[in-house]
Design a protein around this ligand. Structure first.
Ligand code: ZN
Ligand code: ZN
Length: 181
């Protein structure tokens, strides 16, 4: 049974009875999940294929396959480029709350009527943001002296002995600190 395309990750469980299964296609505007960041742009809708399976009155198994494209800045040349994100979520929602020792990390609770996976999807996507994105493994970055885009053309600065790391690379800062100590 397939519903029309939804635009929210909140599901009404009143229509999903015992042992029922439903598949939803959801196109979520990223701003509705609070995905606003300076260093990464979520400027495409999140395409989510969500499946809900109800077992008994109390348990709902949820799987969601989420795809989108994000715009990130290259860590070397600072030119924005697109990254494909494709990830999946599997959760069990229960009505009755277990004691903390019994419950598992991927278990959630709901009131039996509405099931909301927005926050889980938001957290999952934040984890998918690359920490040190590179437009290409061979990106030459910017010249630390004159700022020339070395992918486009070489500059006439004298090459230095130091590793050609970007000034903001935390590892180059760390190795300088180690040299001093
Ligand atoms: Zn680059
Ligand atoms: Zn230069």
């Amino acid at each position: 049974m397939k519903e029309g395309i939804k635009d929210t990750l909140v599901f009404d469980m009143k229509d999903l009875r015992h042992e029922d299964f439903k598949a939803y296609e959801v196109l979520v505007p990223p701003a509705s999940l609070g995905l606003n960041y300076e260093e990464v742009e979520f400027n495409n809708a999140l395409s989510c294929a969500v499946r809900l399976l109800r077992q008994g009155d109390d348990n709902v198994y949820v799987t969601a396959a989420i795809e989108t494209k994000i715009l990130v800045e290259c860590g070397r040349c600072i030119i924005p480029f697109e990254v494909d994100i494709s990830t999946t979520l599997e959760l069990l929602f229960s009505v009755s709350r277990k004691s903390p020792e019994e419950s598992e990390a991927d278990e959630r609770y709901f009131d039996g009527e509405t099931l909301d996976i927005s926050e889980d999807v938001r957290q999952l996507l934040v984890l998918e943001i690359p920490a040190w994105p590179l437009c290409s493994e061979t990106c030459e970055g910017l010249c630390p002296e004159c700022g020339a885009e070395l992918n486009i053309s070489a500059c006439s600065c004298e090459p230095t002995d130091e590793a050609p790391a970007s000034p903001s690379n935390p590892f180059s800062v760390l190795s300088k600190m180690l040299e001093k100590s």
